[in-house]
Ligand binder design. Structure first.
Ligand code: DON
Length: 571
């Protein structure tokens, strides 16, 4: 068991208390940049019970994929605002053999969805339809994705049922309502109140949200998970659960059918690959925009000596790279099964050099001069990312989501399963922003069976072919830039992982033309950015990059201190 954390804490200026248990672990707090060391394995997740489930699987001989699958199912129970079995996401796996695999379990649009589905009678984008109605619900991908990961890349020492078992117990026995769930429920209560099937799980009989002192017991969810444990993923997509989900969606005014569920498939894709100052960047390809945009931004930034430039100068260059990459995102990216995404061009060094030539080192380029678009207000929602490294040389970066916190807020009656509102990630209409203020065009228009474009960016950075950094984040449009900054903090600024994760972040997404900065960013830097012509807006944090770095001293986990409850647990 690891007790060498004291030394590491000194090295990291880590202020947190040592754990009493034999595990090396630390829960996030706003007080300090954290780093927890393990020599055999590490799980960093947004919810502590689930992180411990994962590390237990590692200790029992499981590999990183086994642990990630167990964490994925557990968080559907313990972190219901984003952990899920009726949402979707992406899992990136680096295998000890050297192979990198991207598993796409993004939701798909039901067959009855068209480019008209989310418009009002005047033909305008109707956010109520794409965000708050059952029309927004995509065909869930998580169960298929986790099962595929386990079947192909698990160690073989565990059955799927064994990996689901901890989740079933947590759902059946209940868990205390604490941390981020306690913080979130008051905000999400109005959306959960709309459906009795949701209210009876997450609200008290008087309609107030569950809070500290209450237990979250999810008996129906336990039964739905049990069905997957005994019948495999097809039980979810074709069995009683599928019929209940389709019935619930249709009763709420949506269009998902049992056939849509039956047809759902998770798919493996070639990861996006790039290089940055001698490191290999491996990340998620379309239908996520994350990997392409991350590599594009890193390519632009590789032309500057970010590690040595004056800080406001390097932030200015980073913002200019963000603007350009997000303009490309809006125009070119979508579901690769239905549109040709020019990935190779976007991630080429030559293309980055062209963009670099358009950057004024002293002045912000107005977004309107990069491409035309609209002005919108982004909003924070919820997603969750966890990172796992095992002792065999495997690593997993997994980001999954219901889109908004608690998805659309509807629990399919009799299943305990919360449904997503992922279809708002389509470009409902050109120049009509989604909930994150993102614009998009034909490449990402809604259509039957299509996967909406995502920003989720599970990423593994390799050094000499071995896992070096495992990261990713929630935060809607801000995910990609959060990952960019973690990578740059580690590689350019040579920060330890705790500090790299905790450092203040900023974000620009081309449109709206503004730089969103966290409150903790030095006001002098804000003033310097404004002097260069940036419109700076201070905002609360939306991202949470639960990350792992492999160092000569061991495997170091950093739970993001921005929200309560995250845990880095190693052994
Ligand atoms: O896939 C996407 O890009 C979004 N649906 C993610 C939503 C999200 O990160 C919300 N989290 N704070």
């Amino acid at each position: 068991m690891l007790r060498s954390r004291i030394g590491l804490c000194l090295a990291l200026a880590c202020l947190a208390a040592l754990p009493g248990a034999s595990l090396a672990e630390d829960q996030s707090s706003r007080a300090a940049a954290l780093g927890v060391i393990g020599h055999n394995g590490m799980v960093v997740a947004q919810e502590a019970l689930a992180a411990r489930v994962g590390v237990d699987i590692l200790q029992r001989g499981g590999n990183a994929v086994d642990a990630a699958v167990a964490v994925g199912f557990a968080m559907a129970v313990t972190y219901p605002r984003a952990g899920n079995i009726a949402g979707g996401g992406f899992m990136l796996v680096h295998r000890a053999s050297g192979e990198d695999v991207a598993i796409d379990y993004r939701e798909t649009a039901p067959q009855a969805v068209s480019d008209q589905t989310f418009l009002d009678s005047q033909g305008h984008a109707d956010p109520q339809k794409s965000r708050d109605s059952a029309l927004a619900i995509g065909v869930p991908g998580t169960v298929a994705g986790l099962a595929l990961a386990e079947e192909k890349y698990g160690s073989g020492h565990f059955s799927l049922a064994e990996l689901i078992a901890p989740a079933i117990a947590l759902a059946r026995d209940g868990i205390p309502v604490t941390d981020d769930t306690a913080d979130a429920l008051p905000n999400d209560q109005p959306r959960l109140t709309r459906w009795p099937s949701s209210a009876k799980i997450f609200l008290r009989p008087d309609g107030s949200p569950l809070g500290p002192g209450d237990r979250l017991v999810q008996a129906d969810l336990a039964a739905s998970l049990e069905a997957v444990a005994t019948g495999g993923p097809r039980a979810f997509y074709e069995g009683a659960t599928a019929y209940k989900i389709a019935a619930a969606v249709q009763a709420a005014g949506g269009v998902m059918t049992v056939a849509d569920l039956k047809d759902y498939r998770a798919v493996e894709r070639m990861p996006v690959r790039g290089t940055y100052r001698g490191y290999d960047i491996v990340s998620m390809p379309p239908p996520s925009s994350g990997g392409v945009e991350l590599v594009e931004m890193l390519n632009i930034l590789e032309g500057y000596d970010l590690g040595h430039l004056e800080r406001s100068q390097s932030l200015h260059l980073m913002i200019e790279a963000m603007k350009r990459a997000y303009a490309d995102r809006a125009l070119f990216l979508g579901d690769p099964d239905t549109v040709d995404v020019p990935v190779a061009r976007l991630i080429s060094k030559e293309y980055a050099a062209q963009w670099r030539a358009s950057i004024d080192p002293e002045r912000a380029t107005p977004a309107s001069q990069i491409r035309a678009g609209g002005i919108v207000q982004p909003e924070g929602r919820n997603t969750t990312h966890f990172s796992v490294v095992d002792r065999f040389g495997n690593a997993v970066a997994n980001t999954y989501t219901l889109n908004f916190s608690f998805g659309v807020g509807l629990v399919a009656a009799g299943t305990g399963i919360l449904l997503n509102n992922e279809l708002d990630d389509f470009a409902v209409k050109p120049d009509a922003p989604n909930a994150y203020g993102l614009l998009g065009y034909a490449a990402n228009e809604p259509g039957p069976g299509k996967r909406p474009l995502s920003s989720m960016t599970p990423t593994i950075v390799l050094k000499g072919g071995q896992p070096f950094l495992v990261t990713g984040s929630p935060g809607g449009s801000r995910i990609i830039t959060a990952v960019l900054q973690v990578v740059s903090n580690v590689i350019d600024r040579r920060m330890d992982i705790g500090s790299a994760v905790a450092a203040p972040r900023l974000h620009n997404q081309w449109m709206p033309d503004r730089v969103v900065v966290e409150q903790t960013l030095d006001p002098e830097l804000v003033a310097a950015l404004e002097a260069r012509g940036d419109n700076v807006v201070v905002s609360r944090p939306f991202t949470s990059a639960n990350s792992i770095m492999v160092t000569p001293e061991g495997i170091v986990g950093a739970a993001d201190p921005r929200t309560r409850g995250a845990l880095a647990a190693g052994y």
